[in-house]
Design a protein around this ligand. Structure first.
Ligand SMILES: C[S@@+](CC[C@H](N)C(=O)[O-])C[C@H]1O[C@@H](n2cnc3c(N)ncnc32)[C@H](O)[C@@H]1O
Length: 240
C-alpha cells in the first residue's frame, strides 16, 4: 500500500487497533514511505521564513516522529535541536535517519508527551507538524500551555495547519465521517487510538494561542502541483 516499501494493509489495521504509542512503534521503520510523514515542500514553505542558518539558538520539535522537521531545524540552530515523541520506535528511527544530517547543533531525542513537556523557558523556537490530530480537542488548551511554558519569552511557535473547510465540501463530510468512525472504534475497543481530522484549525488555534499569551501571525502559502488545491497556513505565534 502507498509505496512498495510502505506498510501493507494488515500492518495498518494492526496499527489502528493499537494505542498511539504502540501503533507508531509498529509503523516506525516504514513511516517515511507513508503519506503521514509531512511532505518536504510543506516543511520548506513553513520553515523558510525563520531566518538564515545559525540564526536560532535552540529548537524543540513536538511529536517529531522520524525527524522530518528536525533535519531542517538543525542548520538553523546554533545550540540544540530536541525532538520529543511518545513513540520510542519513531525516536530510534529519527536518531538513525539524522545521524549525518547537515548542521552542528546537538541533536536530542526525548520520549515524552506533548501535553506534559518537561522543560521551562528553554527554547527559542517550538515547531510541530502533522500531529495535531492526535491531540483531542479538549486537550488543545493544555498543548498551548505546554508550548508557552517551554518557550523563552519572545520565542516562536511555528506550525502548519488548515483553515475551516466549507461545510459544502466533500472533504469536510469525509473528515466528519472518519471522526465519527474513530469515536465508535474508541468506544468499543481499548486501547484507544487518538486520531481525528479538523483539529487545531486556524480560527480555533488562533483564538487559543491569543488567549494563551501569544501574538499570532498566519500566512497562506501557495503550493505547487500536485498540492495546489490545498490551502496551507503557516502560523507563527510569538510568546508575549
Ligand atoms: C503523523 S506522525 C508526524 C511525525 C512528524 N512530525 C512528521 O511530520 O512527519 C505523528 C507523531 O506524533 C506522535 N504523537 C502522537 N501523540 C503524541 C503526544 N501526545 N505526545 C508526543 N508525541 C505524540 C506519534 O508518536 C507520531 O510520531
Amino acid at each position: 500500500m502507498f509505496h512498495p516499501k510502505g506498510p501493507r494493509f494488515m500492518e495498518l489495521v494492526r496499527q489502528g487497533l493499537s494505542s498511539v504509542e504502540e501503533g507508531y512503534d509498529l509503523l516506525a521503520p516504514k513511516f517515511d514511505y507513508t503519506p503521514f510523514r509531512t511532505p518536504e515542500l510543506v516543511l520548506k514553505a513553513s520553515l523558510a521564513q525563520l531566518g538564515p542558518p545559525g540564526s536560532v539558538g535552540s529548537a524543540l520539535d513536538v511529536c517529531c516522529g522520524t525527524g522530518a522537521a528536525m533535519r531542517h531545524l538543525r542548520p538553523l540552530c546554533r545550540e540544540r535541536v530536541v525532538g520529543v515523541d511518545l513513540s520510542q520506535g519513531m525516536l530510534d528511527e529519527a536518531r538513525r535517519r539524522l545521524a549525518k544530517a547537515p548542521g552542528t547543533a546537538a541533536l536530542e531525542f526525548v520520549r515524552g508527551d506533548a501535553l506534559a513537556l518537561p522543560w521551562h523557558e528553554e527554547f527559542d523556537l517550538v515547531t510541530s507538524y502533522g500531529a495535531f490530530g492526535h491531540i483531542p480537542e479538549e486537550d488543545e488548551p493544555r498543548l498551548v500551555e505546554n508550548v508557552h511554558r517551554v518557550l523563552k519569552p519572545g520565542g516562536r511557535f511555528v506550525f502548519a495547519t488548515g483553515d475551516e473547510p466549507s461545510r459544502r465540501s466533500a472533504g469536510y463530510w469525509m473528515a466528519r465521517a472518519f471522526n465519527a468512525a474513530m469515536r465508535v472504534r474508541n468506544a468499543l475497543w481499548s486501547p484507544p487510538f487518538v486520531m481525528y481530522y479538523l483539529t487545531f484549525l486556524l480560527p480555533r488555534a488562533r483564538a487559543l494561542l491569543e488567549a494563551g499569551g501569544f501574538h499570532v501571525e498566519a500566512r497562506c502559502e501557495a503550493l505547487p502541483e500536485p498540492y495546489s488545491r490545498y490551502e496551507l497556513w503557516t502560523v507563527t505565534a510569538t510568546r508575549r
